[in-house]
Design a protein around this ligand. Structure first.
Ligand SMILES: *Cc1c(COP(=O)(O)O)cnc(C)c1O
Length: 362
């Protein structure tokens, strides 16, 4: 690790792979020998179009995306998709099922309610979002146009480790904080979307993977930039796409391929998470309240036995080169986000610090 960089456990915008930043820096002034940066070239020029196409191919190969799915690179992060999904998949009067296992699912639901009737099929608010009920207990409705869920709840640290079986209703997933962290059976989904700033690249960019039979059914008033078909037909260049974010995402895909793809990421990520949860569970000083079967491999919230020590923990961890461990205000305590770009050495350093801190003040 470069001397002036520290371990970054931020939830998002989050750590990027250091080799990606080094390469972006090296290419910044003169991209592909053009004598200008990638930010300064036309998105319709041959160089950027070729780069964009290759980045999509790499993304498709990383996730083994079947040919009957389109991949879109869109502005607006994940939040725009909270509205795009109902605008593309429903007509006035329709309804959809939402499964709420944390705050992001709740936010997706509120946005959808501008357009449709939302049936809450499951809601774990009563557990303070620390569990996932079995699909057999979900109140799915037969006329739902889709079922929406959040495979990894970034704030509460709750992750589905299996894809729920909802029959023939299209399954829609907000994968912002778990995409590319492990292999994925894309064919089980109707729509997958993700904001980039956790596991893909810079904030602002969103990626949508949509099954092609779901294209072309948007409401009449759907803005073009939100209409999956309009964007698919124009290779995500109906407007000027966020080219620099797209470029950086492409560098992240190159890095992932070099590192062994999502299979290698899954191994690393499970090893990183297992160590950190083992450290928490071995102590009476640290606690993670999420049910073991649905603990997140990406976001690990934990509390200290005595919350009056939180500030000291944060100050001392920062001084030890471990940044952004403060938990979300809704949950309190700490949260270590350990996405693909956070190396195992960072987790080892965190565990070392936690054990030492407990010994000194616990
Ligand atoms: C971060 C996050 C979002 C919001 O992403 P934006 O890019 O800010 O729109 C939505 N859903 C999940 C699960 C997230 O982690």
């Amino acid at each position: 690790m470069t001397a002036e960089r520290i371990f970054n456990f931020a939830a998002g915008p989050a750590a990027l792979p250091e080799p990606v930043l080094v390469r972006a820096q090296a290419e910044l002034l003169n991209w592909k020998g053009l004598g200008m940066s990638v930010m300064e070239v036309s998105h319709r020029g041959a160089d950027f179009v070729a780069y964009a196409e290759q980045s999509e191919l790499n993304f498709r190969s990383l996730l083994s995306i079947p040919d009957n799915y389109k991949v879109l690179f869109l502005p607006g992060g994940a939040t725009l998709q909270f509205a795009s999904v109902p605008l593309n998949l429903t007509q006035p009067g329709d309804s959809a099922d939402y499964v709420l296992t944390g705050s992001w699912g709740k936010k997706a639901k509120s946005e959808a309610e501008r357009y449709i009737t939302v049936n809450v099929a499951a809601d774990t608010a009563a557990s303070s979002y620390t569990t996932i009920p079995p699909v057999a207990e979900w109140a799915l409705s037969p006329d739902a146009k889709y079922v929406h869920y959040t495979p990894n709840e970034t704030i509460h640290g709750v992750e589905f480790h299996d894809i729920p079986d909802v029959g023939d209703t299209p399954l829609v997933a907000d994968m912002s904080s778990t995409i590319l962290s492990r292999p994925l059976d894309i064919a089980r989904f109707g729509v997958i979307y993700a904001g980039a700033q956790k596991n893909i690249g810079p904030a602002g960019l969103g990626i949508v993977i949509v099954r092609d039979d779901l294209l072309g059914h948007a409401r009449r008033e759907t803005p073009g930039i939100v209409d999956f078909k309009t964007m698919a037909d124009s290779d995500s260049m109906w407007n000027t796409p966020p080219t620099f974010a797209w470029y950086l995402a492409g560098l992240v895909f190159d890095w992932l391929i070099e590192e062994g793809g999502v299979q290698a990421m899954e191994q690393r990520n499970s090893a990183k998470a297992a160590k950190l949860y083992a450290c928490i569970d071995a102590s009476d000083f640290y606690t993670n309240r999420v049910d073991v079967h649905c603990r997140s491999r990406m976001n690990v919230p934990f509390t200290l036995k005595d919350p009056s020590l939180d500030q000291r923990f944060l100050e001392e961890s920062k001084a030890a080169g471990l940044a952004n461990l403060k938990g979300h205000r809704m949950v309190g305590g700490m949260r270590a986000s350990i996405y693909n770009a956070v190396p195992e050495a960072a987790v080892d350093a965190l565990i070392g610090f936690m054990q030492d801190f407990e010994k000194r003040v616990g």
